[in-house]
Structures are given as C-alpha cells and as structure tokens.
Ligand binder design. Structure first.
Ligand code: SAM
Ligand code: SF4
Length: 327
C-alpha cells in the first residue's frame, strides 16, 4: 500500500510535473530571453528510463495519480510518444502542457500512446501580437494544433492564456468567445515573476477577479467549488462550457498545493518558487535504490514551505526561469 506523501503543513502530494527538456521552439517574452539561452546538454537530461523510474517510485510508494509533462517545450524532445507510453503504463492520469505548434503532426500518436489531457498555451488570437509575444509567426500552427488535439480525442483540451496588463488584457472576451465556439476551456493565468527578462512587476498582473467580472458581464458565470486544482472554475450559466482562473499572485492556492516538480536535469522541486532542489539525477546515476529515492523525496517535500512570498518585500526570485522549471 502506498504511504501518503505529507509535508509539515499536512498537505498530501499526489501530482507530479515533469519537465522533459529546457529547449523550446518559441521565445515567449514572459518566459525566455530572445537570445542567449544555453540548453542543457543531452547527457545531463534525465533519460526516459530515469524519468519513468522516478515516476514509478512516486506512484508505487506514495500513491501519485497524476502526471503532467511540460518543459521547455515537451514536443521538441525526440520520441515523445515512447515516454508517454511508459508513463501511461503506470496507470496515472497523464497530461501535457505544450505551445501546440507541432501538435497537428503529433496529436494522433500522442493520443494512441496514452496521453489523456492537454493544455495548449495561446496568449493572443491576433497574428501580429502572437508574433510579438512568442517571437514566432506560428498562430496558424497553434490553431491547427488545437483542432488536431480535439480531433484525436484528447479530452479535455484546455487553453492556457497568460494575461499581462496593457499587452493582451484587451482579448479576454475574444478568448471567452473562442473557447465557447470551439468547446475548449480557457484558463487565464496571472503573470508570475519567473520571466527571463525580469520585466515582471505587480502592475503587469491582471487580477483574476477582474477577468471574471469582464467575462461575467457578457456571459454570466457560476463559480464552482475549488479542490486541489489551482484553477478556480466558473461555468457559463447558459451551459456552454467553463473558464478557469489561476490566481497565483492575487489569491495564491499554496494551502492546497499537492504538487512536486522534476526538472529536465532531475532536480526535485517542492514549489515553482523553491530556491533549492534535490538532485535525483546524482542519486539515480550513483546506483540509488528505490528506498534511497523515496527517502530523498520525503525529505524534500517535508521541507516544503507554507507558500510563496511573491507579495512580500523579502520575496527572492528563483534563479531558474519558467522554461527551466516547467510551468
Ligand atoms: N512550452 C510549453 C507551453 O508553453 O505550454 C510548456 C512549458 S511553459 C513554461 C508552461 C506554462 O507556463 C505555459 O502555459 C506558459 O504560458 C506558462 N508561463 C510561462 N512563463 C510564465 C510566467 N512568467 N507567468 C505565468 N505563466 C507563465
Ligand atoms: Fe517556450 Fe512555453 Fe516558455 Fe513559451 S512559455 S518560451 S512556449 S517554454
């Protein structure tokens, strides 16, 4: 029987986020610098076998039941369906977060390998603005990727929209209409201080409450009960789907957090904003047993803090950017 992985604040952890690469085919302004990223050499990335082993320990020892693949951009890692098949074989709810640019080519293979759910990031429905935000002229590819994911039977397909004040906050209602028309749930994410160019400031955050009010004024919404999912969900009263809000900055959900994160190099992080990691790659490559790995995970999660300090003067930005942690 698995033993629940509980931290010192009583939170049970069952959700693993795995970054499988720090590379990306985009350069989103809120995530990566335009130039100068140094990619982690291949030999320093966890192999698929190492990723599967860590995941298996978390599932078998601690009852983890949810895994999400992320990055960098997970679809740039070669032979991705092979990894998906390995992890799906653990019997978990397997999801992925992607920029969607190559999904039109891959969605069928990923669905066949066992990918159940997908979040596709899209921050503007306007071609010129999409280019400015991602530094790639790929809006049509992403739109085709959304259609391909739906057609492949991956469900639910959700959209992740990072809203930034004065940059794309005039598209809230366009995104709501897009989601209602396509039958996909749009999740608005507050801009977090994990951007490579360090341009973040509280004035750039569009608070979730404001987003809900904007949508509700046109398409009335009903709030849903919140569980361990960081998204607050609101269903359209007319039955045409839902939106989600991820209010990391204005209304943090740290008290219900059930996540741990594994970086592409095998660093175990107990928080997106953690300043320390446990080097599981070193343990794996030094011949650690499953007991050793489980003990390292228990110690890491046991030291988890109550919550991030974004709104406090003593907040320290992690050295890693979002693309290096895996959002
Ligand atoms: N490349 C994939 C993608 O873009 O979906 C996966 C990795 S990306 C780091 C994961 C999520 O983090 C995306 O939805 C992205 O929009 C979000 N993200 C990146 N930087 C962010 C920031 N500074 N604040 C809030 N969300 C951010
Ligand atoms: Fe790449 Fe995703 Fe970061 Fe954009 S948000 S640069 S797609 S990792």
């Amino acid at each position: 029987m698995p033993t629940p992985l509980i931290d010192s604040f009583g939170r049970v952890h069952r959700d693993l986020r795995i970054s499988i690469t720090d590379r990306c085919n985009f350069r989103c302004v809120y995530c990566m610098p335009e130039e100068g990223m140094t990619w982690t050499p291949r030999a320093e990335l966890l192999t698929f076998e190492e990723i599967e082993r860590v995941a298996r320990v978390l599932v078998e020892r601690f009852g983890f039941d949810s895994i999400r693949l992320t990055g960098g951009e997970p679809t740039v890692r070669a032979r991705l369906p092979v990894l998906v098949e390995k992890l799906a074989g653990l019997g978990v709810d397997l999801a992925m977060t992607t920029n969607g640019a190559t999904l039109a080519l891959m969605a069928d293979d990923l669905a066949a390998a066992g990918l159940r759910r997908i979040n596709i990031s899209l921050d503007s429905l306007r071609r010129d603005r999409f280019l400015e935000l991602t530094r790639r002229d790929a809006l049509d590819d992403v739109l085709a990727g959304i259609d391909a994911a739906v057609a492949a039977g991956i469900a639910p397909v959700k959209l992740n929209v990072v809203l930034m004040r004065g940059i794309n906050d005039d598209e809230v209602l366009d995104f709501a209409a897009f989601g209602r028309d396509r039958g996909v749930e749009v999740r608005f994410i507050e801009f977090m201080p994990l951007d490579a160019d360090a341009t973040w400031g509280p004035d750039k955050v569009v608070p979730g409450g404001e987003i809900v009010a904007t949508v509700d004024a046109v398409h009335p919404l009903d709030a849903q009960a919140r569980g361990s999912d960081p998204a607050q969900r609101f269903c359209y009263r007319d039955g045409r789907g839902a939106i989600g809000i991820i209010p990391t900055v204005s209304d943090a959900f740290c008290g219900d957090c059930d996540r741990v994160r594994l970086t592409a190099e095998g660093g175990l992080r107990n928080c997106l904003f953690a300043l320390d990691e446990t080097d599981l790659r070193a343990l794996l490559r030094d011949g650690a047993t499953d007991d050793d790995l489980a003990a390292a995970v228990t110690a890491n999660v046991g030291a988890k803090w109550a919550g991030h300090q974004i709104n406090q003067v003593h907040f320290i930005r992690p050295k890693r950017t979002m693309s290096q942690i895996g959002g």
